[in-house]
Design a protein around this ligand. Structure first.
Ligand code: LLP
Length: 440
């Protein structure tokens, strides 16, 4: 049976997460419901730090907020001693609302606005990762207003094409992100930063892609970035003090997924970094990692209520298609539609029964929003609770109100206690920004 984190089947034969029975969670909070296994998130944060700190003298782990952020999550990340990568004024605002120290925030984005940069500089964001020459021009307008120069890293495109879904590749040469190393644009940008008195060049950043199942692409990216670091030293005399290699480590969505362990991943990264540094006679920089999915992904479970069951007779050889419709879909999890993502599921209130029923899990939106093409679950009936696993990353954060569905609530579960951290949207929330055509 495919169970993750603190998930287990309890004496009632129900799925339990964080010591909470899924049936009780649904009775209290309704469906769809995002459930976050707090212990798993904390374990992942600690494991990341330990795996890298044991192998390299100077490491910092930043959680990539885009994977999942709310005030409580930012607070948890701070408690675990990670820094936080934010990629918009909204993520920045959430982090500040949570009381996250601005100096431990890193601002990303390929098209940051002047307002976002001004806000970041005013509140004292620790690092800004510069993505373009345009951004350097904007920074030139706002950075001099501060007493202290702003620390920046340069995002570079290392020209590495990782094996992952095309929509989540970012390290290849043909990308909107960063400045190209091979063309010389990245070196030119470093020189421009060095020549800007209101900015301090601290290092280089790359993020090559997401949900990667080995460290091959990371190793290639490290080589390319170290080539640039050597060029920077040779041409400017400056040392690249910080090297951020982004996020990207994949997770288990199904029993067939086999990402490397954190220890193996860290060994691979640190070995290639140390070898590359030695070959170029470069000193060890601060190594920064920016995981999102691999911190929060497996910690998330979405609970839905099963509604309509429909058997559709198909011509041979298909036979009968068993559609199982749930009360959410692409509004709470757009990943199957966007990235052909495959998920695992079980019926939470029948978790002890054998999963012998072959189902297609359908959403409730007005298009073919298949949540899972084909999966084996326990025999379903209307009113059952379907649990979809590994929904922690890029589900809540990418949720929409398509078909005017209210966004689900988020609860953190831990040691048998459940804490509501994001309220379910109400129907009134949905019209709260609307204004009438006539009158006031
Ligand atoms: N750092 C930067 C600059 C990034 O752009 C990203 C992800 C990360 C770190 C974290 O990467 P992770 O460890 O989560 O792979 N919506 C897509 C994923 C997009 C990832 C974008 N950038 C999905 O649902 O698969």
């Amino acid at each position: 049976m495919f169970l993750l984190g603190t998930q287990r089947v309890n004496k009632r034969g129900h799925l339990e997460v964080g010591g909470c029975d899924a049936v009780d969670l649904v009775a209290e909070f309704g469906t769809p419901l995002y459930v976050v296994d707090e212990a798993t998130v904390r374990t992942n944060c600690r494991a990341y730090r330990a795996a890298f700190e044991e192998r390299y003298p100077n490491v910092r782990v930043e959680y990539a907020a885009k994977a999942f952020l709310c005030v409580a999550m930012a607070q948890l990340i701070q408690e675990e001693g990670l820094h936080l990568d934010v990629a918009s004024a909204g993520e920045l605002h959430t982090a500040l609302r949570a009381g996250f120290p601005a100096a431990e925030l890193v601002l990303h984005g390929n098209n940051k606005s002047l307002e976002e940069l001004r806000l970041a500089i005013e509140v004292g964001v620790g690092r800004i990762v510069v993505d373009s020459f345009h951004e350097l021009a904007l920074l030139d307008q706002v950075a001099p207003l501060q007493r202290r120069p702003q620390d920046v890293l340069l995002r570079v495109a290392p020209g590495v094409d990782p094996h992952t879904h095309r929509r989540i590749r970012t390290g290849q040469a043909d990308t909107k992100f960063g400045l190209n190393i091979q063309s010389g644009a990245a070196l030119d940008a470093v020189k421009q930063i060095i020549g800007t008195p209101s900015l301090i060049f601290t290092g280089l950043h790359c993020h090559i892609g997401s949900n990667l199942m080995d460290a091959t692409a990371h190793r290639a990216a490290i080589e390319a970035v170290l080539d640039l670091a050597a060029q920077v030293r040779d041409e400017t005399g400056l040392t690249v003090e910080e090297l951020n290699i982004g996020g990207g480590l994949g997770i288990r969505y199904t029993p067939d997924d086999a990402p490397p362990s954190l220890d193996d991943f860290a060994t691979s990264i640190v070995d290639s970094l140390n070898d590359g540094l030695a070959a170029r006679h470069l000193p060890q920089p601060l190594l920064l990692l920016e995981p999102g999915r691999s911190i929060i992904g497996e910690a998330g479970t979405t609970l839905y209520t099963v509604g309509s069951l429909k058997d559709v007779l198909l011509p041979e050889p298909e036979g009968v298609r068993h559609f199982v419709a749930i009360d959410g879909g692409m509004s709470d999890n757009p990943r199957p539609q966007l990235y052909d993502a495959v998920y695992s599921a079980l019926i939470a209130n029948k978790a002890a029964s054998p999963a012998t029923f072959t189902a297609r899990i359908a959403g409730k939106h007005c298009e073919t929003d298949t949540l899972i093409e084909q999966t084996r679950i326990q025999s379903p009936e209307p009113g059952d609770i379907l649990a979809v696993q590994s929904t922690g990353a890029y589900n809540y954060s990418m949720a929409s109100n398509y078909n005017r569905l209210p966004r689900p609530a988020v609860v953190f579960v831990r040691d048998g206690g459940a804490r509501l951290v994001v309220r379910r949207e109400t129907l009134d929330d949905l019209v709260s920004h609307d204004l009438p055509l006539h009158g006031n």
